[in-house]
Write a protein that binds this ligand. Structure first.
Ligand code: NAD
Length: 428
């Protein structure tokens, strides 16, 4: 099949590269000339394990191409995926201007029957918006359908997730479009849910906000564990064995983050408001999440004392390991609060770019031990594996006072205490 992909960010690049790997001819278009230039020469502008190899294969066998021209990407395309960003507006609602622009750009270049597929996360009703825009710009005598096909991949394991989805959701009223998309996805062997567009759009928001709810719930329980002397690790284990609950997303931490959960939670609250439903459960989830940043800072104060002028080391800036994405990272929220409290923060992250450190106005250390030199406390904010296996005797030797606030419950408190560290986890 000939496929066009509009947008080569985390979702678009993975979608394009994986469909090419499955044997399709894929043309990816992006408005960023710099990004397209890099991709053409095989350079991946994001950190995503395994993606470079898939892109390289696609370029080598010429099944994958990159362009800045929508006309070129749309030439002969049978399916066109919209994978552009939908950032939050000031009021929390999803900014659809990139989706609108993408719909215009591709509609003007349709040259045969095509299924336009919205993969961006968009509130209910956006499929109809795309259809209206496309119809206005469509050359005469041509037919098209618009479907919603939300994406569930996770950064850090995006290629695996795309190739092995738990389910594929296709939202469209058109049998023809449903036929094209089920044929495209059937080789992945995942359950296919074909439904109307509104339900497909709602499935994405409901899934993400349910995950956010699980995280806020376990964070609230962890905070209570701290207060009453229970251990959240055992509590979560005891809960997780119940098949109705499961083990996933029961890890407490500094709060959920990333480019999806916080923005999607805010957007769903807005959607509820617009439909006269007060989604106070989800408002609570967001509030618990924001409070959690403060919980971490209080723990830093407990071990390091007054933070005015205090050197504090931070391990991890990305919103989770195996990605360089820092959008809505809880680590950044905590760093900002530490700076506001007067702390002098030096941080280390193995993949986050220099630019992010500069924007935060903090020093970037060459490694975790270097970040901790002279520090009064180390705060673990992203659970990168390399932090597990450090020489903790050496770490103790370089610090002003040996204290670790482990906001990811990554390290072993017993062994750290034996090394002479003061230790605070979340709920343990
Ligand atoms: P991103 O910001 O990484 O990438 C978007 C890309 O689209 C950018 O490269 C941008 O230059 C390009 N673009 C914007 N307008 C364009 C246009 N008119 N023509 C061509 N290119 C254009 O975004 P992302 O993280 O890939 O997310 C895309 C969508 O998928 C969002 O709605 C997001 O909520 C959703 N989503 C993201 C993830 C994730 O893990 N990142 C997972 C599931 C769903």
């Amino acid at each position: 099949m000939r496929i066009a992909v509009v947008g080569t960010g985390y979702v678009g690049l993975v979608t394009g590269a994986c469909f090419a790997d499955l044997g399709h001819d894929v043309a990816c278009v992006d408005i960023s000339a710099e990004r397209v230039e890099k991709l053409r020469s095989g350079h991946i502008p994001i950190y995503e394990p395994g993606l470079e190899e898939v892109v390289a294969r696609g370029l080598a066998n010429k099944r994958l191409g990159f362009t800045t021209s929508h006309a070129e990407a749309m030439r002969g395309a049978e399916v066109a995926f919209i994978c552009v960003q939908t950032p939050p507006r000031e009021d929390g609602s999803a900014d659809l201007s990139y989706v609108e622009r993408a719909a215009e750009d591709l509609a003007a270049n349709i040259d045969r029957y095509v299924v336009v597929v919205n993969k961006s996360t968009v509130p209910v009703g956006a499929r109809d918006l795309v259809e209206r825009i496309a119809r206005r710009r469509l050359p005469e005598n041509l037919e098209f359908d618009v479907a919603s096909n939300p994406e569930f991949l996770r950064e850090g394991t995006a290629v695996f997730d795309f190739m092995h989805p738990d389910r594929v959701v296709i939202g469209t009223a058109s049998e023809r479009a449903a036929g094209v998309l089920t044929a495209l996805y059937r080789p992945l062997g995942a359950p296919l849910i074909v439904t109307d567009a509104a339900s497909a759009e709602m499935i994405k928001y409901a899934s993400n906000t349910f995950l956010a709810t699980k995280i806020s719930f376990i964070n609230a329980i962890a905070n209570l564990c701290d207060a009453v002397g229970a251990d959240i690790k055992d509590v979560a284990l005891g809960m997780g064995y119940d098949a109705r609950i499961g083990f996933e997303f029961l890890k407490p931490g500094p709060g959920f983050g990333g480019s999806c959960l916080p923005k999607d939670a805010r957007a769903l609250v807005r959607l509820a408001d617009e439909n006269d439903y007060d989604f106070h459960l989800l408002r609570g989830v967001i509030r618990v999440n924001e409070d959690q940043h403060g919980v971490v800072v209080r723990k830093v104060r407990k071990l390091a004392g007054d933070l005015e002028g205090a050197p504090v080391a931070v391990w991890g800036i990305a919103f989770k390991p195996n990605t360089d994405d820092t959008r809505d990272s809880p680590a950044i929220a905590v760093v900002r609060r530490l700076i506001d409290a007067g702390a002098i923060v030096r941080a280390y992250d193995p993949v986050v770019s220099e630019e992010v450190f500069e924007q935060l106005g903090i020093e970037r250390a060459a490694g975790p031990i270097e970040a901790a030199e002279g520090a009064r406390a180390v705060v673990v904010l992203t659970e990168w594996n390399e932090f597990r296996w450090l020489d903790f005797e050496r770490l103790k030797g370089v610090m002003q006072s040996p204290a670790i606030i482990d906001a990811r419950n990554l390290l072993d408190p017993h062994s750290l205490r034996q090394h002479g560290f003061a230790y605070e986890g979340i709920g343990r």
